[in-house]
Design a protein around this ligand. Structure first.
Ligand code: GCB
Length: 615
């Protein structure tokens, strides 16, 4: 009998663990980045954690959430793939453990755990108790752990993640055979599926009653501006105070809540506008009950005409790149010095913008862009969407995209640097017209898919233009349903290979056709050529530094002749790691204008001379 009990106990516990209340994350909880200030506490758990792979999937049954045995060391943040010798392509279950002492001063406050991102799915336990789960990489999630955490004591934090590639996930993977173009690991996108806890994990505490969310919107009129501040409260706060401090300004308003919300509308005469030349930030302080939150905001407006993108009512031409979070060993993990270097190289080369291709970047990148005056096209992780595998899968992906849009807007809505939301990169229609210079027809189902994503983005934020990034030969109607059109083009590379002259002719014609048909501005969000640094030739030849420079030059000069082209983003900023496949020599995409370790190729010097001379 005794034996029977011993056998059955783990089963009950493990059943309980599986059925236990794992909360799903609430997008609003990620809105306010953790802050150590006069009312809130924040503890960044970056450092060395314990780590264990769960290749047999036994961790939950064996209760690894009570602490890992025979674990190895791992750095967080950082993809785990290259931190050890046997895990590069492993995307299955892994477990992380950290211990954190929560000080006495946090007692009586609400305590949260916040994970900057976990690719792709995560579950969290605190002191052995399940607290929450989240699906979707590249975006943060947070859970209230007040009932699970011990104050004035050490707490055990265990996080399980996995990054299996699945057709129903966004981004999409494991889609069956791609014939000679199949790759390993089987991503439906062109970057390596790095995995793990790639951004900081925080514990933070906030007062019992206070500020749940802050949404700022700025309107710029001749010589003056209006800043509206929407505050959402939690708990029993009656009033809020809002202060805006900046150059020669201290504005203050006292507000009553109506329901859970209060709005302040602050007039700023002679505002110092946020721009690429003067990325000036005002300090907004919100006080509600005993809670305080400080936010740096920029006063600026973004709009589009039928030809241009306007910042503060004036045309702005986007000069820059599609990028990646990518560096040897770190993978997609936040690497502070690399981020700082990248911003410095963006300035050096004369760029004013980039796209967070193909997923949201670490929030540190957004804060840096605010300070540096770099404009961001902020993209959800919807790369490699397809329509050929049946509506059941497509509908699942659509709901995931909508969730990712809401989470991204909740996270990034207050950044002046974020000027455009991108809802997909190169969705792939059922039928293609890849090499012809003509677009493919869009069926009603796929068109509605993008209209629904567009509406979701507009409901979440009505102040920024919304776009999707179109594939060469894909349906232009998808693009026409957006505020402005973004296209990736490779005439002279993937089609008309080696023939820049004819490639650019097709490019030029397509730009004219597209603008004529939809009368909206176009940003060319990708064009480029793989280039092996150090390879040279006297006659135009693919993969050489001269070819890359000539290719980029021809595209830029073509765009110069069209007043409806609102920006040119070279693909890519730096060389980056991909899955293995026959078109990716050494598992690398070499279209970088900088090498993976950030050395300029010839094209970088060309861009520096061109972009620093023009606005
Ligand atoms: C694209 C994709 C990008 C690829 C690039 C390429 O169109 O958007 O993710 O890396 O082409 O180099 O093939």
């Amino acid at each position: 009998m005794k034996k029977f009990y011993l056998f059955i106990l783990p089963v009950i516990v493990s059943f309980a663990a599986n059925a236990q209340a794992f909360m799903t994350a609430n997008a609003q909880d990620i809105a306010l980045y953790p802050q150590q200030n006069e009312s809130r506490n924040a503890m960044n758990l970056s450092g060395i954690w314990k780590f264990k792979k769960d290749t047999a999937g036994v961790g939950e049954k064996e209760q690894w959430f009570n602490g890992l045995t025979h674990a190895v060391s791992i750095a967080v943040p950082g993809s785990y793939n290259e931190q050890m010798e046997d895990s590069r392509d492993y995307l299955g279950l892994v477990w992380y453990e950290q211990r954190a002492f929560v000080p006495k001063s946090w007692a009586g406050q609400k305590i949260f755990i916040r994970v900057g991102s976990a690719s792709y799915a995560a579950k969290i336990w605190v002191n052995g108790k399940p607290v929450g789960m989240h699906e979707g990489g590249h975006l943060p999630f947070a859970f209230d752990i007040s009932n699970d955490v011990s104050v004035n004591a050490e707490n055990l934090i265990v996080i399980q993640t996995e990054n299996e590639l699945k057709p129903t996930r966004v981004p999409t993977g494991n889609l069956g055979s791609g014939g000679m173009f199949s790759n390993n690991p089987k991503t439906n996108y062109d970057f390596f599926p790095y995995a793990g806890l790639e951004r900081a994990v925080w514990l933070y505490s906030i007062p019992q009653n206070g500020i749940g969310d802050i949404t700022t919107k700025t309107i710029v009129n001749d010589g003056s501006a209006t800043v509206s501040v929407l505050i959402k409260k939690y708990g029993s706060v009656k009033k809020a105070a809002v202060k805006l401090n900046g150059d020669n300004t201290t504005e203050q308003s006292l507000l009553d809540f109506s329901g859970d919300e209060a709005t302040a509308v602050i007039k700023v005469p002679n505002p110092r506008l946020w721009s690429t030349d003067d990325p000036y930030l005002y300090q907004l302080t919100v006080i509600a009950g005993t809670d305080v939150y400080h936010l740096n905001i920029g006063i600026r407006s973004v709009s589009v005409t039928n030809k241009q993108l306007l910042l503060n009512g004036k045309p702005v031409f986007l000069k820059g790149f599609g990028k990646h979070e990518d560096f040897p060993i770190f993978g997609k993990g936040l690497a502070g010095p690399v981020m700082v270097k990248d911003y410095s190289l963006l300035k050096w080369v004369g760029a004013n913008s980039y796209r967070t291709s193909h997923y949201p970047y670490d929030e540190e990148y957004m804060m840096m862009a605010d300070r540096e005056g770099i404009l961001i096209i902020d993209e959800i992780p919807a790369v490699g969407l397809i329509f050929a595998d049946g509506e059941a899968n497509v509908d699942i992906r659509k709901e995931t995209c909508k969730k990712q849009i809401r989470e991204l807007v909740a996270r990034d809505k207050n950044h002046p640097s974020v000027i455009i939301w991108s809802l997909a990169n190169e969705p792939f229609p059922k039928n293609m017209n890849f090499g012809s210079g003509k677009d493919a027809p869009a069926d009603a189902y796929s068109l509605n898919f993008f209209k629904e994503l567009y509406r979701t983005a507009k409901e979440a934020d009505d102040t920024r233009p919304v776009t999707i990034v179109g594939l060469q030969g894909g349906p232009s109607e998808w693009l026409g349903a957006m505020d402005l059109m973004c296209i990736n083009r490779y005439y002279g590379w993937y089609t008309q290979p080696g023939d820049i002259k004819n490639g650019v002719k097709l490019f030029s014609q397509e730009l004219d056709d597209l603008h004529l048909k939809y009368n909206k501005p176009i940003i060319v969000t990708e064009f480029g050529a793989d280039t092996y640094a150090g390879m040279h030739t006297d006659q135009q030849e693919m993969f050489t530094e001269e070819f890359q420079k000539d290719f980029i030059k021809a595209y830029l000069e073509c765009a110069d002749t069209k007043d409806f082209v609102a920006g040119m983003h070279v693909w890519a900023f730096a060389d980056f790691k991909t899955s293995q496949g026959i078109i990716r020599f050494g598992g690398m995409n070499y279209k970088g204008v900088f090498t993976r370790d950030r050395k300029p190729k010839l094209a970088a010097y060309y861009l520096r001379s061109k972009w620093n001379l023009t606005h």
